[in-house]
Each structure stands twice: as C-alpha cells, then as structure tokens.
Design a protein around this ligand. Structure first.
Ligand SMILES: [Zn+2]
Length: 300
C-alpha cells in the first residue's frame, strides 16, 4: 500500500499527515508557524516536520500546500501576507534534495478543495467550488477531479473579486474585495468601522450576532449580500454543481447559511441554481488535501 505525506502551512501551524488514498491516517505531526521566520528558518521548520513523519513511516511522495502567491512550475513560494519575511522561497527543491522523494506543490485553498473532493463534502462533484472562510477568504475549483491552477497555481482568488465598487479597503491594497467583507478580518474591521469597538476573533463577533447586537447583525447582513453577489459571479463563470464552505467561520453557519444560500440562488440563472448544491465541509484537514495532491500526481 502506498502512503503519502501531506504538509499544510497554515497561519497557526505547519502540519504533516501521512495518509493513504482512502484517507486513513498513519501519522500526524505539527509545529507552530513562526510568522517572522526567514527563508532559512522556515525551510528548517518544514524539514523538521518531514523528518519526524519519515522517521515514523515510509512514504512514496510528498504534497505541500502553502499560502501564496506561488509558482507551481518552479516550486517557489513567492510571498505570503502572513509570513512576511519569506521571499522567493525555493521550497520544492529544498524538500526534494533533502529527502529524495517526489514533491508536489500548490496553494492552501486549492489543496483544501482537493481534500474535500476526495475525503469530504465535495465527493463525486463534477465542478466543485470550495470557499475557505477563515482569516481571509480563499477559493478553489476542482473540475473533473483536477485542481484548476490557472497559469502558475494562482487561479480562483475569489476573495479578491470586487463586490463593492470603491468599497472597504482590503489587505491586498485594493478596495471592495469580497474578503474585505466576508472573512474574519473583514467582519471584524467592518464592525470596528461602524462601532469603533475592537473584537479580536470571529467567535466573539458571531456571539454578538446571536445576542441580537444591532451593529453585528447589520455588518453580517451586508457581508452575506456581497458574498451572495460574489458567489453569483463565480457560478456564472465556472458552473459548479456543488459549492462547499470550509474554515473557522462555518462553525457559525446556522447564523448566516440559510440567508446566504437563498440570496445567492435568487440572483443566479434559475437553471444553474436548480442543480447547484450548497454544503458545509467535513473539516478535512489541509494536510489531507496536500496528501491528495501527492497521490493524484504520483499515480494519475
Ligand atoms: Zn483584496
């Protein structure tokens, strides 16, 4: 039986999991992500995770998912908003040379989408769109079982679709992106704009919503409306049969999901809306998606 190591670089941790094609997990290891790490320090951390996993069990190939922008052809992590000191990191060549195994690389949202496709709520979908609702708003499209990469692995950056012209400032430097409204960063910043109050996490924001806090409800309602517009745009571009929502914010799906689905379906072409299915993801770890990337390339 072949086994694959998936490595997911998240805001909180670098996690490695060894899995087989059925999604059985054999070993799991993670260390905290050092957000100030230099190229050298970061590579050492990745090397540490791989080393621990390979000491526990043999693997046939390695898949790695990181935030981007990336270059999947050269295996370079170009830069990342949350890992500020990294620049043109030659990630794939480092891991290949050190461990002598095939290494495959893609961005974290694309890997998350592939994980849902193989092991989660995206199973058997022909055209699967996955939105990752966390600190930011990521997106991936798995079409006929394959990640849509665009040119270098940076396709489907739906979080930076403009949904409000001249709207709120986004972390990317432009205004009116979907991420500036429907993401943890977006919801907290918009709440702070309106009330001058600081909230530090999504859980507290949604607690206010459930307690009928007027400002929080107003912010969430508007965010849901613009997210529905963004979903409309994506649906009319790539014609999904299923949309899956994953990430921390989905813990509060009961507070916005129904309204989001209704609003989106109302403005999508009826034929496309009829067969479009919305689902909340199965919390498939990003490392499983990265492992899926490895086995998909290793044994197509
Ligand atoms: Zn943006």
């Amino acid at each position: 039986m072949k086994k694959f190591l998936g490595i997911d670089v998240g805001g909180g941790s670098i996690r490695g999991t060894v899995v087989d094609k059925e999604g059985n997990s054999f070993f799991d290891y993670s260390i905290p992500t050092e957000s100030n790490a230099t190229n050298k320090e970061f590579l050492e951390s990745i090397g540490d995770v791989v080393k621990h996993c390979l000491a526990a069990t043999t693997v046939d190939a390695i898949g790695i998912g990181t935030p981007g922008p990336i270059d999947i052809d050269t295996g370079v992590l170009i830069s990342s908003a949350n890992l500020k000191n990294l620049s043109n990191l030659e990630l794939v060549s480092y891991v290949k040379e050190k461990f002598h195994l095939p290494v495959y690389f893609n961005n974290d949202a694309n890997c998350a989408s592939l994980g849902e496709y193989y092991f989660g709520a995206g199973k058997h979908a022909k055209s699967l769109v996955v939105f990752t609702l966390g600190t930011g708003l990521g997106c991936g499209w798995v079409v006929n079982g394959k990640i849509f990469n665009g040119y270098k692995g940076n396709g489907m950056e739906a979080g930076h679709l403009t949904v409000v012209k001249d709207g709120a400032l986004c972390g990317c430097g432009q205004r009116g992106c979907m991420e500036a409204y429907f993401s943890t960063k977006g919801l907290l910043a918009r709440y702070s704009d309106l009330t001058q109050l600081e909230i530090t996490n999504a859980k507290d924001f949604f607690k206010l919503v459930s307690e009928n806090d007027k400002a929080a409800i107003q912010i969430l309602d508007f965010a849901v409306s613009v997210f529905a517009e963004g979903i409309r745009n994506v649906v009319h571009l790539v014609n999904p049969d299923r949309i899956v929502f994953v990430g921390g914010i989905t813990a509060s799906y009961d507070l916005f999901g129904k309204s989001l689905e209704e609003k989106a379906k109302k403005i999508i072409f009826p034929v496309l809306a009829n067969y479009l299915e919305f689902k909340v993801g199965s919390s498939v770890a990003g490392s499983f998606g990265a492992a899926a990337l490895a086995f998909q390339h290793f044994e197509p």
